[in-house]
Design a protein around this ligand. Structure first.
Ligand code: MRU
Length: 314
């Protein structure tokens, strides 16, 4: 395992700062749940499973300091709305005594790695021997407990000694693909070619599958993931390319009937207008939804650690 997005030391949590990768490798130190909530909101750490694990560590930090964890819990829950793993993780800790939270968060982190590796094996078996895949956003070690969901499938194929080629969409506006997925592939020696999101239609006919993760899958299979996923699913259907959503079971929200009930985070327009202090857009209003919802009918399969999930099954 090369990349690790968070390291817990009991009284402090170190988060690999994903805002400045790949240019700089820096760590942000958190000592309270509110600091952790801020780090999640600012995207020091991002990716649905990683957000859930980080929130669990955040609650554990306050368990050693505060008698009442309700404020910490609310701050963490409010940090980002779309990824259901955040609520899932905090709900799991809610039934435990304060002195058990640190160990429970550590166990959740270790479980996530094992779950992703199991999911990787399931996904790897669906692909041809030496596949070419299109990948969106970053769903790798940085977005999880250290292996990845969709990129975890890529990692698993690579670990099996098979040749896998990845077309990585840059993922405007935050550039998770350009900055994070490309960097992870480089660390692992996985063949990766970066392309602008609008080149997807040109390259997709040469792909064996599209692999994406998700922030929340509704009970009917509607899938919220990084903005741009829906258009990829439509393209994949047009070209007859399988479109797989790779998720731990904890990303499937049984309490959410369909995609219309998934809250979609709107992020700051400044992410679209420019980057690193440089503004390139003319001064018009910007709309920056962070996620979109792909209808279940466009998904070829949901790859989980338990095998392929179908809406309505456990
Ligand atoms: O805004 P982000 O970077 O947190 O969005 C991440 C994604 O959309 C991922 O595809 C999703 O969380 C799955 S990560 C394993």
């Amino acid at each position: 395992m090369v990349v690790q997005p968070m390291v817990f030391h009991g009284d402090r949590l170190l988060l690999l700062d994903q805002r400045v990768l790949p240019g700089r490798v820096e760590w942000v130190e958190c000592r309270t749940a509110v600091q952790v909530a801020d780090a999640i909101r600012l995207m020091v750490v991002r990716g649905a499973p990683a957000i859930g694990i980080t929130a669990a560590y955040g609650l554990a930090l306050d368990a050693g300091r505060c008698a009442d964890l309700n404020e910490a819990r609310q701050a963490l829950l409010a940090s980002r709305p779309t990824a259901v793993n955040l609520r899932w993780a905090l709900d799991r800790l809610a039934v435990l005594p304060a002195d058990a939270l640190a160990d429970a968060a550590r166990a959740m982190h270790a479980d996530d790695l094992a779950i992703n590796q199991a999911m990787g094996a399931v996904g790897a078996a669906l692909l041809p021997p030496d596949p070419t895949v299109y990948h969106h956003c970053n769903t790798g070690a940085l977005a999880t407990g250290g292996w990845g969901t969709a990129l975890g499938v890529v990692r698993s194929v690579h670990a099996q000694g098979r040749r896998i080629r990845v077309w990585a969409g840059e993922t405007r506006p935050w550039l998770q693909g350009a900055r994070l997925t490309a960097w992870e592939c480089l660390q692992e020696g996985i063949e990766c070619t970066l392309l602008v999101d609008s080149a997807a239609a040109t390259v997709l006919p040469r792909c064996d599958a599209v692999l994406v993760g998700a922030d929340r899958v509704a009970a009917n299979g509607d899938t919220a993931n990084k903005i741009g996923t829906l258009q990829l699913a439509i393209l994949a259907r047009h070209f007859g390319v399988p479109f797989y959503v790779c998720v731990p079971r904890s990303t499937i929200d049984d309490a959410c009937a369909d995609g219309a009930h998934i809250p979609i985070e709107a992020r700051d327009p400044s992410e679209i207008r420019g980057y690193g202090g440089v503004t390139w857009a003319a001064d018009v209003p910007c709309w920056n939804p962070s996620f979109d919802v792909t209808p279940a009918s466009l998904v070829s399969g949901w790859v989980t650690e338990r095998g392929l999930w179908t809406p309505g099954s456990a």
